[in-house]
Design a protein around this ligand. Sequence first.
Ligand SMILES: O=c1ccn([C@@H]2O[C@H](COP(=O)(O)OP(=O)(O)O[C@H]3O[C@H](CO)[C@@H](O)[C@H](O)[C@H]3O)[C@@H](O)[C@H]2O)c(=O)[nH]1
Length: 348
Amino acid sequence: MKHTHAGPVLVTGGTGSFGSTMVSRLLKTDVGEIRILSRDEAKQDAMRRQLADGRVKFHVGDVRDTRSVEDAMDGVQHVFHAAALKQVPSCEFFPQQAVLTNVTGSDNVIRAAERAGVASVVCLSTDKAVYPINAMGISKAMMEKVAQAHARNRSATSGTTVSITRYGNVMYSRGSVIPLFVQQIRDGQPLTVTDPTMTRFLMSLEESVDLVQYAFDRATPGDLFVYKAPACTVELLARAVASLFGDNDPEVRIIGTRHGEKLYESLLSREELQKADDQGAYFRVPLDARSLEYELYFDEGESEVVDHDYTSHNTVQLDLDGVKRLLLNLEPIRREMRAAGCDPESQA
Ligand SMILES: O=c1ccn([C@@H]2O[C@H](COP(=O)(O)OP(=O)(O)O[C@H]3O[C@H](CO)[C@@H](O)[C@H](O)[C@H]3O)[C@@H](O)[C@H]2O)c(=O)[nH]1
């Protein structure tokens, strides 16, 4: 990392897939202390034993609970805010819970960070927050607004830089479709595909940590960062997984779209793409820092009109071999392949 972490670093949701990868990455730096704020003491205990590193301190608490956030924030220099309710179906059935964790909880984290004199807070968001249609995405969109409002209203007086990263599906994350396909292959079941034409961005956990680090190193208040990820259809994804396990003609069962699902995801809205700074592998979208007094501004118009958003339908589309190559980079897939008697090296 470019910045050194002189003071403690706080990772909210630090026992999750992203959080634990981030913590491993931080432990390779000169970081003196990493605090993890999360709810699940069992996951904390497992991680404590696995890491066996005195620099990691575990705080049982909840971003909804201001006092637990304040206690964990004391003396912290940087915050990576990954705590969230992120399952689309559960947020759909319990949207008020998504509001409490994703909106109010994020507000608690940002306010406590400012009060504690924290230098930077990077908030993790999702593609589902763009033109949101489900409760998870709507609550994350509100989290982004809370972060941007902080940057707009407070950055003149506050020493805390709040920024946002957005990413799409993380391959092989807990409860996601790739481990499900692997399980179905292992059980000799047909592969369940919701809509064969549905597309999703494909990103590894490491790339999501790279994105957050990129934002951390560069953010000015209210910036939003996106990684340019490739995409594919879910049918192609199912076929690529099957092919790695030696089945080039798998049985596919169409099960239909689930609650709150979109045909494709967007990482940037048209309006954001219009303002985005193309930084090669990443887009940076600066904050619209105008105040409410619009009459103070004159409309310069838009020099180049962008008529599309940045979606999993129009980003780079991978073919079967391209998806297989990405999958072969994932250690859990390689492990499963070896367990099934398939040699990952022969496919590489
Ligand atoms: O049996 C299944 C289950 C899912 N899918 C499809 O596979 C894709 C990926 O599904 P899944 O892995 O469940 O991810 P999403 O529902 O897109 O959401 C994931 O990605 C989000 C980020 O975009 C995270 O916030 C969520 O927690 C995470 O579950 C989608 O197009 C699904 O329709 C199938 O085809 N068959």
